[in-house]
Design a protein around this ligand. Structure first.
Ligand code: PLP
Length: 365
């Protein structure tokens, strides 16, 4: 089986983890600080505040922006539910703006109708490693007092022609399968000194100095063990992303002229980091997406569906007073057509050949 993800820990990671173990100091310390400076460098921001996971980094960012009950947030319906859960966790109301069908990210032309007088945040999701069109989103927001919070969980090192992922206000995840992984982990990136200060206090029970509580906080801290895993990977980020990109380019070239199979396009001037390599299997294919999964699995090709439904399309959200649903047909269509294939850096040439041959034969029937 060629798995959809492979997690390998290198010698340098082991060395740094052992350093932490030998230091006797396992909680947040110097390793976290070093990891934060690498994350800030990646996003091109002055600050990165590391936290225990990507969901909490969204929560912390929303709390730092003082988003709460009565405030609304607009996000993409085609995302991992953490984007929605974080907003509900702080008591905000969630609305959705449909996705742009080529790139699977929030469609700026659908945004205005989801914005109301209560909207405080727009949260685009940089899905699969390709950024949302932040310039177009900013233009739609105009001079309204609405903040952009980028859910960049899947977009380590991604960029548009004009911005890096996380450069406005970013939330990253370092969950086990992400391009950079600390097992569990997250970080908020920002240029705003006050916001960074509030985030650091929120993460540490509202303390600036020991036992001096300046706000109501919580424990969102990352440990040095997590950071020790992340540092060497962060130092190799360009290399890791380049390997993913090379694999993706090879797949896209091979899939260029197959009826019913649409490889993921890259927007002009964008840097896609291929957290997932996601094709559409649609009209013209000999099989449905779900039949393709069955047949590819039989042929030993690991594949995944991210995501099987629009985020609102579950009873727990449909019946939630904090979720306001307008149907999003493009998200619903993507949920039936999107199929992610292995693109991770450990694929060999023969793995890629096998993926290409299997996918083409399944889609052609
Ligand atoms: C788009 C998106 N947002 C948020 C998260 C939440 O991150 P975590 O799993 O680290 O809490 C994830 C990751 O799984 C994600 O893919």
């Amino acid at each position: 089986m060629i798995p959809i993800t492979v997690v390998r820990v290198g010698d340098r990671e082991r060395e740094l983890v052992n350093q932490v173990l030998d230091s006797g100091s396992l909680a947040q310390g110097k390793m976290v600080e070093q990891f934060e400076s690498l994350v800030a460098h990646m996003a091109g921001t002055r600050h990165a505040v590391a936290v225990s996971n990507g969901t909490l980094s969204l929560v912390a960012a929303l709390q730092a922006l003082e988003v709460g009950p009565g405030d609304e947030l607009v996000t993409s319906p085609f995302t991992f539910v953490a984007s929605v859960n974080a907003a509900l966790h702080v008591g905000a109301t969630v609305r959705f703006a449909d996705i742009e069908p080529d790139y699977f990210t929030l469609d700026p032309t659908k945004l205005d109708s989801a914005i109301t007088d209560r909207t405080k945040v727009v949260m685009p999701v940089h899905l699969y490693g390709q950024m949302s069109d932040l310039d177009a989103i900013s233009t739609v927001i105009g001079d309204r007092d609405i903040k952009i919070l980028e859910d960049a969980a899947q977009a380590h090192g991604a960029a548009t022609a004009t911005r890096r992922a996380g450069s406005i206000l970013g939330s990253f995840s370092f969950y086990a399968t992400k391009n950079i992984s600390t097992g569990e982990g997250g970080a908020v990136t920002t240029d705003d000194d006050d916001l960074a200060d509030r985030l650091r206090m929120l993460r540490n029970q509202g303390m600036r100095a020991r036992y001096q509580y300046e706000m109501v906080g919580y424990n969102y801290r990352m440990t040095d063990l997590q950071a020790a895993l992340g540092i060497p990977q962060m130092e190799r980020l360009d290399e890791i992303n380049a390997a993913r990109r090379a694999n993706a380019e090879r797949l896209t070239e091979a899939f260029a002229d197959v009826d019913g199979l649409t490889p993921p396009p890259v927007a002009d001037g964008y840097t896609h980091v291929y957290h997932q390599y996601t094709v559409r299997i649609g009209e013209g294919a000999a099989v449905t997406r779900d039949q393709a999964i069955e047949q590819l699995t039989e042929k030993g090709i690991g594949c995944g569906v991210y995501y099987p439904k629009a985020a609102y399309d579950y009873d727990c959200y449909r019946n939630h007073p904090g979720v306001i649903i307008e149907q999003c047909p493009e998200a619903e269509r993507a949920a039936t057509e999107a199929l992610s294939l292995p693109v991770h850096p450990h694929l060999t040439d023969s793995d890629l050949d096998q993926i290409i041959d299997s996918v083409i034969s399944v889609v052609r029937g």
